[in-house]
Design a binder for this molecule. Structure first.
Ligand code: NDP
Length: 295
């Protein structure tokens, strides 16, 4: 048996097409949604990511406001920019790209963002809403993972789910989303005993640890749905000296021989993250204008 590949790139393209239609309708009423992205410093990976976000924002018809600040920006300066964006009626969503330089307390910045514009879903109010089952803005990567899982199996009630990783941006919200779908959820992390055995119980396995190909084929229950969040750059000497390639947290070839469905890296969860950011911006815009969220 070979697992079916969950094509995140195609799913994300479909999601963006639906968002484009909805944004077109809003634009006709003079209510074009706007997303502000703030980046501090010159981290090359973050810069590429932010450029991609801005491009895709414009492609779906939204307004994109980019704020590129020097690495020397003070916390007070960033907080003042966030306050301005909170007050700006043209801005429906605010995203401050992490990581931030050392002199800035990221948590303070996250908490300064108006929860109604917190399209990353990192504000404690939105995290609390997710935990208590109240509608709110949900962290983009876990939301994308859930949509991909449900593209394979709509009803997840009663399934055993194992989430590898307990970060605030992926692992914890992922676990909450799966609890919301009535899964029986185990959250594993670096102190978990006998990780392979824990994983073998999983009907749904979400790996978000940042360790290249850590999850082996014999950790996976036959027929499981495997979602690989990891993005790890590893040396790739076969394509030349100093060359690298990107791998996930799951040993893909081994896992595909056992799982029923699996997300590839790249082309799985990655494309869903930005698509869900745009979806969240649309949702924030609808909520602020008291419009129903298009399905
Ligand atoms: P963090 O480093 O914040 O969290 C990693 C988690 O994995 C921690 O809970 C840690 O445990 C756990 N962990 C680390 N090593 C092990 C181990 N050997 N065994 C078991 N658990 C372990 O990472 P993120 O959650 O931010 O990201 C995880 C991965 O997902 C990264 O590769 C990142 O690049 C990728 N990512 C991809 C995105 C996408 O769009 N596709 C978006 C966001 C992240 P402990 O808490 O005990 O330290």
């Amino acid at each position: 048996m070979s697992a079916s590949i969950i094509d995140g790139k195609a799913y994300a393209a479909g999601l963006r097409a639906r968002i484009t239609d909805a944004v077109g309708d809003m634009a006709q009423q003079g209510a074009t949604p706007g997303l502000a992205v703030v980046i501090v410093g010159e981290d090359p990976a973050s810069q590429i990511y932010v450029k991609n976000k801005a491009r895709q924002t414009v492609e779906v018809g939204m307004r994109s406001f980019e704020h590129v600040l020097p690495a020397s920006t003070s916390e007070a300066e960033l907080l003042s920019l966030v306050a301005g964006l909170n007050a700006d009626p043209a801005v429906d969503g605010i995203l401050v790209q992490l990581p931030l330089p050392r002199q800035i307390d990221a948590q303070k910045v996250i908490e300064a963002i108006d929860p109604a514009k917190d399209v990353d879903g990192f504000h404690p109010i939105n995290a609390g809403k997710l935990m208590t089952g109240v509608p709110g803005l949900v962290s983009c990567t876990p939301l994308g993972c859930l949509l991909l899982i449900q593209s394979v199996q709509r009803d997840l009630a009663g399934l055993n789910a194992v989430v590898l990783g307990r970060s605030n941006i992926v692992g914890k919200p992922m676990a909450q989303l799966l609890i919301g779908q009535s899964c029986t959820v185990t959250v594993a992390h670096s102190k978990t005993r006998d990780l392979p055995e824990v994983c073998r119980e999983a009907d749904i396995l979400v790996a978000a640890v940042g360790r290249p190909e850590m999850v082996r084929g014999d950790w996976i229950k036959r027929g499981a749905i495997v979602v690989d969040v990891g993005i790890n750059r590893v040396p790739n000497p076969s394509s030349g000296e100093g060359k690298t390639r990107v791998v996930g947290d799951v040993a893909y070839a081994e896992a595909s021989a056992v799982a029923s469905a699996i997300t590839p890296v790249p082309g799985g969860v990655g494309p869903m993250t930005i698509a869900c950011l745009l979806r969240n911006t649309l949702e924030a815009a609808c909520l602020r204008r008291s419009l129903p969220m298009p399905s």
